[in-house]
Design a protein around this ligand. Structure first.
Ligand SMILES: [Zn+2]
Length: 405
């Protein structure tokens, strides 16, 4: 289901194609989140129009509402949401464990546990059999096991299912991380065994590498997952306290995977900032998912080629009140190509107009799609290093030498 097209000579980076039931996905690729069965604020044809071939839906949220029985009645998530390209679903493990441990993504970014409705659920017990938790939707007690997660993902009908794992937090002790990683490996075997007997035809399964920030545990986990019969491999869990540590932890895993499972696709869970995508591609990651481009869009923050500002501009700031400029000159996205000024977007954001959230989301996803296109073109042309340094220096995606022709 995965073919490598070009291997980069100077790094483990590669381009390839995932051949899935609902179509092909060119890699490396960013995968937008469709958490509850929608890429927030957009319709599926708009997401496809930006060039996206794969979206990422969350089993945990869809299990609680509208529920797998309803989704199955519509022929799965594809039929319910009217998206005909591939879908990857996670196992629900990340969200279940985030309720108990705090959100790993928040930790990586140095934030505390966020308040909010989706944090109001609670883990009641983590057992060998699975996890008991309280639903944030209706307060009911629920149970999710490895087999249960695979069963829900079968009902959702995703092209790629992820195995159920425990997402260990950064602050966990080495002993806890070691025990938890071993349990995750036992859960991997249970997921694969359930899927071999009951999984829907055409659905592939990714195992997940855990092990926290302990080098030996990460490497052992990568070896264990590579030795299993999974079709692809995701890297999950806490990747460290900062970006430098994250790259080191990812490299431990990808080095092992390069040795032991070079032909299988690799997904990096929950990572998607511009510099992290570039670094991830250089480390040999094939796909990434992250809330960042869509979440920032809904907060009025647009992606721009400005590394000193972390590739961001906050359009809610008063400094844009009179700006006639678009978000980004020459950007082909609907927000920029139609000539909407920063002043207009600023006004809409301040007025709470929903159209602004859509426009900035379209711009951000368009920006990331072109970034990935540049990286793919760079690898294929044998010029990844050049393309990556141009992007890191503030080159606009889509304007680097390989794609600008
Ligand atoms: Zn734009």
């Amino acid at each position: 289901m995965f073919t490598v097209r070009t291997r980069s000579s100077g790094s483990p980076a590669r381009t390839g194609t995932l051949r899935l039931t609902h179509g092909d996905v060119r890699t490396p690729a960013f995968v937008p989140l469709a958490t509850k069965g929608v890429v927030k604020t957009l319709e599926p044809h708009e997401v496809a129009g930006l060039g996206y071939e794969l979206i990422f839906a969350n089993t945990f949220h869809l299990l609680l509402a509208p529920g797998p029985e309803l989704v199955a009645r519509f022929g799965g998530l594809h039929g319910l949401m009217r998206w005909d390209r591939p879908i990857v679903t996670d196992s629900g493990g990340f969200q279940v464990f985030s309720m108990g441990h705090g959100n790993v993504a928040d930790e990586v970014k140095g934030r505390g546990q966020r308040a909010g409705r989706e944090r109001e659920g609670a883990i009641l017990a983590i057992e060998e059999e699975g996890v008991r938790f309280r639903s944030y939707v209706d307060g009911r007690e629920r149970f999710l096991s490895p087999e249960g997660s695979m069963e829900v993902q079968a009902a959702l009908g995703s092209d790629i299912a992820l195995v159920f794992d425990e997402c260990t937090p950064f602050h966990a002790t080495r002993e806890y991380t070691a025990r938890s990683t071993e349990r995750t490996h036992r859960w991997l075997r249970r997921c694969l065994s359930w899927h071999a007997r009951h999984g829907p035809e055409g659905q592939v399964v990714y195992g997940i590498v855990q092990g926290g920030v302990e080098q030996d545990l990460r490497r052992e986990s990568a070896q264990t997952v590579a030795a299993s019969a999974c079709d692809g491999i995701a890297i999950g869990g806490s990747l460290g306290a900062d970006k430098a540590q994250m790259r080191e932890v990812v490299a431990w895993a990808t080095t092992e995977l390069d040795r032991r499972a070079p032909a299988r696709p690799r997904h990096l869970l929950g990572i998607g900032e511009v510099d992290d995508l570039i670094a991830g591609v250089e480390l040999g990651i094939d796909t990434f998912d992250c809330a960042m481009p869509t979440r920032l869009g809904r907060h009025g923050v647009a992606l721009v080629p400005d590394p000193l500002a972390r590739w961001r501009v906050d359009l809610t700031k008063a400094s844009w009140r009179n700006s006639v400029d678009p978000i980004l000159d020459g950007c082909p996205c609907p927000a920029c190509a139609h000539g909407y000024s920063r002043a207009y977007l600023h006004h809409l954001l301040r007025a709470g107009e929903l159209t602004a959230l859509r426009l900035v989301t379209l711009h951000n996803l368009g920006f990331v799609a072109r970034l990935m296109e540049d990286l793919r073109a760079g690898i294929d042309a044998g010029r990844l290093e050049e393309v990556a340094s141009a992007l890191r220096a503030g080159g606009a995606p889509g304007a680097t030498s390989c794609t600008a022709g």
